[in-house]
Design a protein around this ligand. Structure first.
Ligand code: UD1
Ligand code: CA
Length: 537
């Protein structure tokens, strides 16, 4: 008696895939973040067969390398010359010793990425129930072009499969096709394979001819029509590759919505097969989630994000961002226009804002890089703020160096941190400073040339220019003294001002050279000190 659980699965992946016109073997082309063969292996895996053999041939080194990495338990069987699908199964069976005559063997093409585990389970169950020698998975298609046709007798029983290229007009009109997926009893399969000829349009040993041979022997042959014909789609060229990709995306997006993700615009949302989404996540339009990206509960991603192998924490928000192998903490905000490169780890409630690029950079909780900065090869503590246009200068032309920033640090706008360098907890750097030496905890580091004022320069050197006229007008009606309109952005800024003001002492020794420490807080790139201008940007 056969058992529904197959003793072996054989996946055919030796063909050249000539119609792809590619140096990459067909089964290694990808959709939804997995190779075609990867999708088939995934579906096959649900049957939990003790042995799975993949027949490789064309581009075998590349296919075998992918298998060694992604499916090391698989048995790789080499088909030296590709003499057809029947020949491929014959070679595979020779490598699978110890199969009993009644064992079930499932055969799958390597180029049907939409096939599901549920369909394979239904096929093997049907095969078992029918006590068949062979059970073919078929599909009814509107356009059957290129597929083998399922020829039935008047009683509805399967008689044969005829390849499109070998079909006469009447046969070509049949819309029920062979998906290339079968369950066989090992004994009858082996016996029929030995009798295959190459007398057909392609001069190949057709696996499909096994069906006709078994029927001729009087062996029971069954067929199971797949519920959703999209699963039958075989990929032979790049038009079919794109069509299968679109079908798979639709399926993934629908499953995501049913599982509790709001997808604002399904047609412009791409979610790879290995992405994981917790319920109550939201994906805004034009968003691409690749690889093993994960969104935790309450996260919002998009519009216009491309995230690859990136983890987004609960309640975090990511807008117009490209991220690769990054980790975004719970409640953090990223974007718009941020580029998180591999090794970026943003803490809880952190922020990475516009035109910020990060790489191999770890940020503690509540730390912010609000705008216009490069942070590479760095560790930053908690509650620190990296001011606008700061650069972590990590490369000396030969080697990369690390920067370590403590907690509660305020890096002033336009600071160059020349690595290797360390800034201690609670330290400040002044705007426009080039920091080449370590800054101890609590210190203010500032490197500035004295500002020179050359009075009356525009009127002397640019006479008659708009600037000179404006200067003359200003001289005629002096602007009354305006109190500084800058406001501290949070209570910590007030505290730090209060704490540091007495220590710093002189009014011109603050980070801006003006004794105004509040301007380095909260990431505000203030035009401080300009009459009438607040610190908001
Ligand atoms: C095959 C079926 C056809 C079916 C269709 C479903 C045959 C003769 N035809 O046609 O009835 O409708 O699949 O998609 O079986 N391969 C090998 N070694 C070989 C030849 C092929 O491993 O010598 C592999 C290919 O890599 C591919 C699979 O077998 O993964 C199917 O081969 P392909 O050439 O794509 O067959 P189709 O023409 O699509
Ligand atoms: Ca095919």
């Amino acid at each position: 008696m056969t058992s529904p659980r197959p003793a072996a699965v054989i996946i055919l992946a030796a063909g050249e895939g000539r119609r792809m016109r590619s140096t990459t073997p067909k089964v290694l082309h990808s959709i939804a973040g997995r190779t075609l063969l990867g999708h088939v292996l995934h579906a096959a895996g649900t049957m939990a067969a003790p042995r799975t053999a993949v027949v490789v041939g064309h581009g075998r080194e590349q296919v075998a390398a992918m298998l060694a990495e992604q499916a090391p338990a698989v048995i790789t069987v080499v088909q030296d010359r590709q003499h057809g699908t029947g020949h491929a199964v014959r070679v595979a069976l020779a490598a699978l010793d110890g199969l009993a005559a009644d064992d079930t063997v499932v055969v799958l093409p390597g180029d049907t990425p939409l096939l599901t585990g549920e369909t394979l389970a239904a096929l093997t169950a049907h095969h078992h129930a029918q006590r068949a020698a062979a059970t073919v998975l078929t599909a009814v298609l509107d356009d059957a072009t290129g597929y083998g046709r399922v020829v039935r007798d008047t009683a509805g029983g399967v008689r044969a499969i005829i390849e499109h290229r070998d079909a006469d007009a009447a046969t070509a009109a049949i819309r029920e096709i062979n998906t290339g997926v079968y369950a066989f009893r090992a004994g009858p399969l082996q016996a029929a394979l030995a009798r295959l000829t190459r007398q057909n349009a392609q001069g190949e040993e057709y696996l499909t001819d096994v069906v006709g041979l078994l029927v001729g022997d009087g062996s029971p042959v069954a067929a199971r029509v797949v519920a959703d014909p999209v699963e039958a789609a075989g990929v032979n060229d790049r038009v079919q590759l794109a069509a299968a990709g679109r079908a798979l995306r639709d399926r993934i997006v629908i499953a995501a919505m049913k599982a509790g993700t709001t997808v604002v615009d399904p047609p412009t949302t791409w979610i790879d097969a290995d992405v994981t989404l917790e319920p109550d996540t939201t994906i805004a339009p034009h968003t691409f989630l690749h690889g093993r990206t994960h969104l935790a509960r309450g996260a919002t991603v998009g519009p216009e994000c491309t995230l690859t192998d990136t983890i987004v924490g609960a309640e975090a928000s990511v807008v117009r961002t490209t991220a690769d192998r990054a980790e975004i903490g719970a409640g953090a905000a990223v974007g718009p226009y941020s580029h998180l490169r591999p090794g970026t780890r943003l803490g809880r409630e952190g922020k990475i804002g516009s035109f910020v690029e990060t790489k191999s950079a770890e940020f503690g909780d509540h730390t912010k890089v609000p705008h216009l900065a490069y942070v590479g090869d760095a560790v930053v503590g908690e509650r620190s703020n990296i001011g606008c246009t700061t650069v972590f200068v990590n490369y000396d032309g030969v080697a990369k160096h690390r920067t370590v920033i403590g907690s509660d640090v305020r890096i002033g706008s336009d600071t160059m941190l020349v690595a290797p360098v360390t800034v201690g907890d609670g330290a400040y750097t002044g705007a426009g400073s080039v920091i080449r030496e370590d800054v101890p905890p609590g210190a203010l580091a500032i490197r500035e040339g004295r500002q020179r004022i050359i009075e009356g320069w525009t009127e002397r050197r640019r006479p008659g220019s708009p600037a000179a006229l404006a200067a003359a007008a200003a001289a005629a009606s002096p602007v009354p003294a305006v109190p500084d309109t800058a406001t501290p952005v949070d209570s910590r800024a007030v505290d730090s001002r209060a704490a540091q003001a007495p220590e710093v002492g002189t009014p011109d020794a603050g980070p801006h050279g003006r004794g105004d420490l509040a301007h380095t807080s909260g990431g505000e790139a203030g035009i401080a000190g300009v009459p009438g201008a607040g610190s908001r940007t």
